[in-house]
Design a binder for this molecule. Structure first.
Ligand code: FUB
Ligand code: ZN
Length: 648
């Protein structure tokens, strides 16, 4: 297989709306993260996570299963799930983004590894395009008999996404050919006038087919995606919310069922709305997104309230200890919100992306890149006992159900593409990361570079490197929803009159190369409260600084646990730069105390508050509460952790 392929036909990056797509914004045509916070996390992903992932796919048996299906190895199928192949495809996608122009320079090792795994995938594919090792090896090739749980189309979707990524970044066609054969096979089987009127219980193929349409121009893939999205909700798979079959998405009022399934389906709906102009689908997406953020989103951006069925709970049902917040749901949320940002041009979608990236998403991978969290709770109690298995609150090297690690890898490896966009009026910066971003402004390449220590500092410097000089255009900077104070200067002069429009600071000028904008966001630590209907955290506050949500860890509070701490709201928060701690963080310190239990102990529910309200919490003296970024928890030792802090 050749590594020297021709230049990619479309700019390398996920979500490339077609020429006729009805999006308000167009993603950057080139993007590079060159330094700072995300650069560090991406380096670890490139140097540790992705290479280690390939080895773990071998030892967990995923690659062996491909050899079994190809008939080049003997033995038994390895692993417990029909979607073992999808881990391989997600890893391939991550590696493919990494091989792109903005990935860490590769010495050829990763490219060779991708070629090796691609060859295994190609060899396992059947002559009519079908490919799923579980069904080929353990089910005697009986296909599509279990659409509710079989994951055949889900796996196809991840294969297609990997192939599109590899083609976009390298121009290579080997994996794309496999994906096209599979997609053509699916197109020949599914559809109301075909052999099977149905869809997969786990969405994923839908958004993948839209991307394949974008990559190949083949309209059948877009139509098949639209067919799959609209067959959900009619009871074809039994009518459960779990597999998005209770109600058609167009009629849905709240996100529901299995969180990752719901979010992948919504990403596909947004893709379809973009490509077809389907305003009903767009309206459903907007309605569901708004309701989700208002009632079903944890402060970390985490989604999914239940361990049971990995699903969304009721509105305002947002538990702490048993929060599910699967890492895959955080990835899916970013995927959906980015599509919504492009569709509508509204900054609020990128606000949620930021909250998710710095918190619920990033917590999933350890600082050394070697261990993972599948669920991301907001509290681990002092006497925590659930310490084993995939869904425990303990970092693990790999999982029996290993969906999350390669999902995190693929988002980190493509992260630079979620930073900027353009429209006919100018260029928008959605996320702040040191780097260089190129957009197409009505045919003129427009380049900005960004320098910042974000999220540790609020100062962001944007330099216009290139762009139209014969007419004014607008540089738009997202003012994060959490930010209440800011200053902005253009080439050293304050711009008091700059307009903030729906979360965008709009700077319209005749820009010339070398012009520099300095935005200073007030990122002082603050306390936030939840909607009082979230019973789980009523009477509590969380610490935030800039986009980062903080937590307390037991290791910083020796001499007692975290269950009995109380924060003193009357005392100020202070911050400290700690370059030596947790890879370099800013800690936030608050004052508090421990509740002293009465001699006879508390019966959890049996103390009367009396007519005058709650008894004052007795105190045994001051306690310094040291908060660290939530994303960095469980990197020193396993132990207690909490995000929400009671203030009485
Ligand atoms: O079913 C495939 C993946 O496994 C889901 O997306 C995750 O929630 C886990 O159940
Ligand atoms: Zn997962």
């Amino acid at each position: 297989m050749s590594h020297s392929n021709p230049a990619p036909p479309v700019p390398a990056g996920p979500v490339r709306p077609g020429r006729d797509a009805r999006t308000a914004l167009t993603p950057a045509v080139a993007a590079e993260i060159l330094g700072g916070f995300w650069h560090g996390r991406r380096e670890v992903n490139a140097r540790v996570g992705i290479p280690q992932g390939a080895r773990l796919l071998e030892s967990a048996g995923n690659l062996h299963n491909l050899r079994l299906a190809a008939g080049t190895a003997g033995g038994a199928f390895q692993g417990d799930f029909p979607f073992m192949d999808s881990d391989v495809y997600k890893w391939l996608e991550a590696a493919a983004w990494q091989l792109g122009p903005s990935g860490t320079p590769d010495d050829g090792v990763l490219a060779a590894e991708v070629d090796r795994v691609t060859a295994l995938v190609a060899a396992a594919q059947q002559s009519d395009g079908y490919l799923n090792t579980w069904f080929q090896v353990t089910k005697d090739g009986r296909r599509y008999e279990d659409l509710r749980w079989g994951h055949e189309l889900y796996c196809a979707g991840h294969l297609i996404q990997a192939a599109v990524a590899h083609h976009r970044t390298t121009g290579a066609k080997e994996l794309l050919d496999v994906a096209v054969r599979f997609a053509d096979h699916l197109d020949s089987v599914f559809g109301s006038d075909r052999q099977i009127d149905g869809f997969d219980g786990h969405p994923e193929v839908e958004t993948a087919l839209v991307e394949l349409y974008r990559e190949t121009g083949e309209r059948r893939y877009l139509d098949l995606a639209g067919y799959f999205v609209d067959r959900h909700g009619h009871g074809l798979l039994g009518g459960e919310a779990y597999c998005q079959d209770r109600v058609p998405l167009r009629e849905q009022r709240h996100v529901e069922g299995h969180a990752v399934r719901q979010l992948y389906l919504l990403a596909a709906a947004a893709d379809l709305a973009a490509e077809t102009g389907d305003s009903e689908l767009l309206g459903a997406c907007e309605r569901l997104w708004t309701a989700m953020v208002a009632t079903k989103t944890h402060v970390t951006g985490g989604l999914g309230a239940h361990h049971d069925e990995e699903d969304f709970g009721d509105p305002y049902e947002l538990p702490n200890e048993r929060a599910y917040c699967e890492s895959c749901a955080a990835v899916a949320s970013v995927h959906w919100s980015w599509r919504m940002a492009l569709l509508t041009g509204e900054a609020k979608y990128s606000d949620l992306i930021e909250r998710t990236l710095f918190n619920g998403f990033l917590a999933a991978v350890s600082l050394d890149g070697e261990r993972w969290l599948y669920v991301n709770p907001l509290q681990v109690r002092d006497g925590h006992t659930d310490t084993g298995g995939d869904q425990s609150a303990r970092r693990t090297r790999w999982f029996r159900c290993a969906c999350c690690p390669p999902n995190v890898m693929r988002l980190l490896a493509s992260l630079e593409h979620y930073m900027t966009s353009t429209d006919a009026d100018g260029l928008q910066i959605h996320q702040y990361a040191t780097g260089r971003y190129t957009g197409d402004l009505l045919g003129t390449p427009t380049i900005v570079s960004v320098h910042t220590e974000y999220p540790w500092a609020g100062r962001i410097t944007v330099t216009v490197e290139d762009g139209p000089t014969d007419r004014p255009w607008t540089l738009s900077l997202r003012i994060p929803q959490w930010c209440t104070g800011r200053t902005v200067e253009v080439s050293g002069a304050a711009t008091g009159a700059a307009v903030v429009d729906g979360g965008w600071l709009r700077l319209e000028r005749n820009w010339t190369p070398g012009d520099e904008v300095t935005l200073d966001l007030d990122i002082a630590p603050r306390l936030v409260e939840a909607d009082p209907r979230v019973d789980a955290v009523r009477g509590c506050v969380a610490v935030e600084r800039g986009p980062v949500v903080y937590c307390l860890e037991g290791v910083d509070h020796p001499g007692g646990g975290l269950d009995d701490i109380v924060i003193d709201l009357a005392r100020p928060l202070t911050e400290e730069r700690r370059p030596e701690l947790l890879g370099g963080v800013v800690t936030v310190t608050a004052a508090g105390h421990r509740r002293t239990p009465p001699d006879d102990g508390w019966w959890p529910y049996h103390r009367s508050t009396g007519p005058a309200g709650a008894p004052a919490a007795p105190s045994d003296g001051d306690l310094v509460l040291t908060a660290v970024p939530y994303y960095s928890w469980a990197n020193r030792e396993d132990g207690a952790m909490r995000v929400w802090l009671p203030f009485r």
